[in-house]
Design a protein around this ligand. Structure first.
Ligand code: C2E
Ligand code: CA
Ligand code: CA
Ligand code: CA
Length: 279
């Protein structure tokens, strides 16, 4: 039995060693990626449920690594957050997305809102409001065209600081969105306390429409509540016409999802936008 225990132990440390090493490698590559700007943004259209026009987009980060290929955010954002690299990456994302939105306007395309995801660590940076003000000034983007998406989990346990930061961000004139709404705690209390403009219904409540009666009840309730509070409500992850029909029936304002388009490179998004504004 003693022998077994030792074997298990050494097996365990060997496994841990491999994982730790991989993690360090990823961190090194990510650090280099920041210096060499190996990132790109894809843009996913946000559409009006009523009429189907493109009314905005969400910028989603991709890492084009020379060694690893195209890396999805779920495979590197957690490491970027732990190491603090997300602060530099996040600032790059903000600048790039704002610049892109201004460029589309210069190309004569409709003036859309652009949404950017913020991580917890970015929100807690004391300089964040000043940095964003600088980026808005430098790019010339109208502040009310920038939407910052934050998840409920970011706020949890930090309500006082979050309220202060939200206030500072709002005073820049930007919009604030709660992402993945319904998956965290105290959602309803937050709505009252924070100056929020947009609720994004998490994909998990949309996915099983029209088969799951509970999800349909939750999605419908979120839409009704958002409307009563005069918040914009957006459904994420809409993949089917049945889901869209349900959202239309409940008078949900906007949607995003593979039904219309996945996140695409800037040039492709520009084409979608041009086609939409020509119709
Ligand atoms: P999120 O903000 O909830 O973004 C929505 C995710 O759902 C995106 O995954 C998008 O590609 C995916 N999606 C959109 N429509 C559909 C659909 O119809 N069906 C399905 N199955 N999926 C759909 P993505 O791009 O892999 O991003 C994953 C997460 O990574 C994001 O979740 C966000 O939390 C984070 N992320 C992405 N870009 C950034 C960034 O610039 N900064 C930070 N801090 N986080 C980011
Ligand atoms: Ca988001
Ligand atoms: Ca989301
Ligand atoms: Ca989500």
């Amino acid at each position: 039995a003693k022998e077994d225990g030792r074997k298990t132990f050494s097996y365990f440390t060997a496994e841990l060693g491999v994982a730790a090493q991989k993690r360090i490698e990823l961190e090194t590559r990510l650090r280099r990626a920041v210096e060499r700007e190996e990132f790109i943004l894809h843009y996913q259209p946000k559409l009006a449920v009523d009429g189907g026009r493109i009314i905005g987009c969400e910028a989603l980060l991709r890492w084009l690594s020379p060694d690893l290929g195209l890396v999805q955010p779920s495979d590197f954002i957690p490491v970027a957050e732990e190491t603090g690299l997300i602060e530099a990456i996040g600032e790059w994302v903000l600048r790039k997305a704002c610049r892109q939105a201004v460029q589309w306007s210069r190309h004569g395309l409709p003036e859309l809102d652009v949404a950017v995801n913020l991580s917890a660590r970015q929100l807690w940076q004391a300089e964040l409001p000043v940095r964003i003000a600088g980026i808005l000034h430098e790019t010339g983007l109208d502040p009310n065209r920038l939407e910052l998406e934050l998840t409920e989990s970011v706020i949890m346990g930090q309500e006082t600081l979050a309220a202060e930061r939200f206030g500072q961000l709002k005073s820049l004139g930007v919009k604030l969105a709660i992402d993945d709404f319904g998956t965290g705690y105290s959602s309803l209390a937050y709505l009252k306390r924070f100056p929020i403009d947009v609720l994004k219904i998490d994909r998990s409540f949309v996915r099983d429409i029209p088969d799951d009666a509970n999800d349909m009840a939750i999605a419908a309730a979120i839409v009704a509540m958002a409307r009563a509070l005069r918040l914009t409500v957006v459904a994420e992850g809409v993949e089917t016409l049945a889901q869209l029909a349900f959202l239309a029936e409940k008078a949900c304002y906007a949607y995003q999802g593979y039904l219309f388009s996945p996140p695409v490179p800037a040039e492709d998004f520009e084409r979608l936008l041009a086609a939409d504004s020509a119709r």
